[in-house]
Every structure is written in C-alpha cells, then in structure tokens.
Write a protein that binds this ligand. Structure first.
Ligand SMILES: Cc1ncc(COP(=O)(O)O)c(C=O)c1O
Length: 392
C-alpha cells in the first residue's frame, strides 16, 4: 500500500474529462486527428494577444540582481497594485495591494482559500453541475463537499441552498460564467444569495464566505453583464486567473482578491500569504507577474467564442437538443436526449465525437461540449451530433 488510500480512491474515480482525453488520444491514433471531434477539454485554443507576446519578450530580455529571486509570498507590489485598481473599478469598493495575492492559477487560489478558512469537517457548498476538481480542492483541506441544486435554467436554486446551509457551512462556491453550463448569474441571483447568506450567518452566529471562482469573468457575450460578487456580500473572496481570457492556462498565473469589507480582511491576507508559502507555491511565477500589468484588461478575441456559441447552439437546437443558452465561457451543457448521459456520450463517441457526461459534474442527464476547437471542426461535427440524436 504505497499510495495513500484517499488518493488511490480519487485516482480510481478519475475525472471524466481525463477519461475522455485518453479515449480521444486512442481514437485519434486509429482514425486520424482530423476525423475525431474532440469537445472534451477546456484548453483555450485562441492565441494570446500580440501585446502579451511583446511584453513577454521585453520582460524576458531584462536582467538585474534578484530578478529571478524570491519575493513576498503575495507577489510583486507592482503587479498587485494594478490588479487592486482593476478590482476597485469592477466592484466600486476600494481595494489595495494588501487585498490581492498573486497565485498559481485559479486552482492555486482556491486551494489557498480553502486552506486558509477550513477547519476539519467544515462544509463547502457547491452548485451542481460543478467543476469536478472542486471535490479535491475541498477534501485537500479537510472540508466536506455539500451539493446544492440548480434550477431548470441551470442557475443556483436558492431554496435548495437554504436547505443545505448548516452551522458547519463555511464557504459557498459560486462560478459565473459557469463551467460546464456557460450560464452567467443575474443580478437577482447575487442579491438572493447575499440575502440568504446574511440571514443564515446571523441565525447561526457563523461566518459564511462566498468564494467566487471567476476564471471566465471576461468571456461574456452580447448584452450579458459581469457583476462583481464583491458588490453584493461583504464576506467575499474571489479566485481568478488569466488561463482562459488570455489563453495562458499553462503559465499558471492568477490571483485572489479579498473584499476590503470582509470581516478580518487583514488577517485573511496574512494567513493566505502564509498558506501560499506552506502549500509549496511560495509565490506565483515571477516572469508572468511582470508581464501581467502590461495586458490587464485585454483578452483573446472573444468574438470567435461567440461565433462558435451562436453556430453550435443554433444547429444543435435545430436538431432537437435542448440547451440552456450559454452567455459566457466556452461551454454548452445540453440535456442528454436519453436519461443515461454516459450511454449517450458513448453513442457520440462511436460517432467520433468526444464530450463529457453531466455525471462527471454531479448532474446526470446532461453532457458538456467544450468549444475550444476551430470553427471548421464544429461545422463538420454537426452531422455527427445529428446522427447520434437520431440513433437513440
Ligand atoms: C470553473 C473553473 N475553475 C477553476 C479552473 C482552474 O483554472 P486555472 O487553470 O486558472 O487554475 C478551471 C479550469 O478549467 C475552471 O473551469
């Protein structure tokens, strides 16, 4: 028994996204990658903006003592200050550099936040469907995952949330724009969330935090609006990154923001800086921290994701798929035409279309399409989606 029991179990139940990735690699070998339609991974395919490339080259060519050395665990002041300004302008609340910690992606930020806040067996509520990795981010730090439902429109079901909150609830994770649904929370959703969490914290004499997981906050289409969760609820901490909106997923750069209105904001900042160190991140990548101030507020060409969303949504609904229209991110979460979503994604797989079952996101009866693939691939895939739909 070399491997810890918990890890052995986790690996055995390996994520569906990974499973589809492996299945895809085999199919591609067999049929040629141009004949396999791989919608399984959320790995952004659009190029990072030219300004990023230029800033990277400029910053990489500088040299001076300690340029590649250790730094404060929270990150460079020169990076945290402009990030704080950005958060201030999004929220209307005055952030300083001491409300910002640069992190190893949104995943790093979430682990730091869980480590900072959770006592053993504290409860963390997530809304199904949810990003499957949340399970591990919670159990990594001794927390218990509690799942609340979403409505038919795939937005948080506030009545169900109310039932799930207990004296042990410490964190409610929200994710907008959402992976896997692409839905963007409305102002009303935030208001209702804030109302219930304020009421329940008072009733139980506890502190309940909102953890806003927001790596897709800049990928929003049409007239949908990004609302900063800081505006609605004081005990809010946000985890985000440049993985998706700048296509920098492999560079592992993100940040967490602590609301200045948070009870104990200073203490949380100190504790989270400590956890950044002791979790072994020490600090976020230095070169990326120097590049980010030059490209803050910029994104990849979002219109390309919108074009794909429009085309895919129109074509699939014409076939008969039922889908809550995504307003952001690069995912779509159609209902499976048969109750058994795993059976259906296997039918799609037989047609060389790779998707991920809703079961993998805690929401059976659906499947996820990730459209980080060229438009040509999407166009060619439609007849396959149609064939699978007619086969059932
Ligand atoms: C909802 C959600 N949260 C967090 C992450 C992790 O993002 P990062 O690569 O910035 O760590 C992802 C990545 O796919 C995601 O989809």
């Amino acid at each position: 028994m070399t491997i810890a029991k918990e890890i052995r179990e986790s690996i055995k139940n390996a994520s569906w996204i990974r499973r589809m990735f492996i299945a895809g690699a085999e199919l591609k070998k067999q049929y040629g990658s141009e004949n396999v339609f791989d919608f399984s991974l959320g790995n952004p395919d659009l190029m990072a903006p030219q300004a990023f490339q230029e800033a990277l080259v400029r910053e990489a060519s500088i040299n001076r003592p300690f340029l590649h050395g250790y730094m404060p665990n929270a990150g460079y002041m020169e990076t945290r200050e402009p990030v704080a300004q950005l958060l201030s302008s999004e929220s209307g609340i005055n952030f300083t550099a001491n409300h910002v910690i640069m992190t190893v992606g949104a995943a790093g930020a979430m682990n730091i936040i869980m480590k900072t806040l959770l006592n053993p067996r504290d409860e963390v509520i997530v809304f199904a469907p949810y990003f499957a990795e949340y399970t591990f981010y919670i159990t990594n730090h001794g927390g218990i995952k509690v799942v609340a439902d979403t409505t038919d429109e795939l937005l948080p079901d506030i009545a169900d949330l109310e039932k799930k909150i207990t004296t042990k609830t410490k964190i409610v994770v929200i994710n907008s724009p959402n992976n896997p649904t692409g839905r963007v929370y409305t102002q009303k959703t935030y208001e209702k969330l804030a109302e219930i969490l304020t009421r329940k914290s008072r009733e139980f004499g506890s502190q309940i935090f909102i953890l806003g997981d927001e790596p897709y906050k800049n990928i929003i289409f049409d007239d949908s609006i990004y609302y900063s969760p800081f505006k609605f609820y004081r005990n809010t901490i946000v985890a985000t990154s440049f993985s998706k909106d700048l296509s920098l997923a492999g560079e592992r750069i993100g940040y967490m923001g602590i609301s200045p209105e948070c009870e104990d904001a200073d203490e949380i900042f100190q504790a989270a800086s400590f956890c950044t160190r002791t979790l072994g991140f020490v600090n976020a990548p230095a070169l990326m921290q120097r590049v980010i101030p030059h490209v803050l507020g910029q994104t990849v060409d979002i219109s390309q994701y919108k074009e794909r969303r429009d085309f895919l949504f129109d074509e699939l609904t014409k076939i008969g798929y039922r889908i809550a229209r995504p307003e952001g991110a690069f995912y779509m979460f159609p209902q499976s035409p048969i109750a058994d979503d795993i059976k259906f994604i296997n039918i799609l797989k037989d047609n060389l279309v790779l998707t991920t079952p809703g079961t993998g996101f805690g929401k059976p009866g659906y499947f996820r399409i990730s459209f980080c693939v060229p438009m040509k691939t999407i166009e060619k895939s439609i007849e396959k989606f149609k064939k699978a739909f007619l086969e059932i």
